[in-house]
Design a protein around this ligand. Sequence first.
Ligand code: DX5
Ligand code: ZN
Length: 231
Amino acid sequence: MIELRTQGNGQHNLIAPSLLAANFANLENEMEWFNRSEADWLHLDVMDGVFVPNISFGFPVMESVARLTTKPLDVHLMIVQPEKFISQVRDLGAALMNVHQEACVHLHRTVQQIHEAGMRAAVTLNPATPVSTLEEIIGDVDVVMLMTVNPGFGAQKFITHSLDKVKRLRELISRTDSKALIEVDGGVNRTTAPLLRDAGVDVYVTGSAVFGKPDPAGEVSALKGLTCRVR
Ligand code: DX5
Ligand code: ZN
């Protein structure tokens, strides 16, 4: 399993570019800049047209991409019954399997099974789902991801009151002595990243603010700098 606490016990600033915003006609080129950039994880958005009103890509695409990088894969499953795919995500070589709280009837079991498969477990909350729904499981998860837009599409507007939600999650993590990292997904850019850093975020998923830009690796470096507390 990947080490999530390599920078002491302080706040992390891991950048996870989201492949959803990539040019799918030239993934080799996208992975070339990704590999030489300061990006920490590759975020992969799987959509089923049921849990979210959109369909993205599935295992054949992710298998091809997985062969093009050695950086950790963060597989974000916006699908119903994600537990059906634990072994397939594991076989992909994913470091993190990221499931929605709203999609898991037996979330505790699913988290256990993800760990048994040798992966880190990330649990995601939609914007309308309260942080308090994780009270009973916060000690068992490696990452909590907050959707800062409604899932299903890239390039949407950041939901501003997510900043208060991040603070509530940070408070829950501190109060319970949980080791979970806080990840955010949606509308992360040069403007919102510093606000999220101040609220206590560790992992920043970013799609349209990076892919398609003239210098995507430079955008990653800029976000890395803007999210660092000591620099
Ligand atoms: C949205 C996805 C995101 C998306 C973020 O449902 O989960 O990962 O790619 O895109 P941006 O950064 O453009 O908001
Ligand atoms: Zn995502």
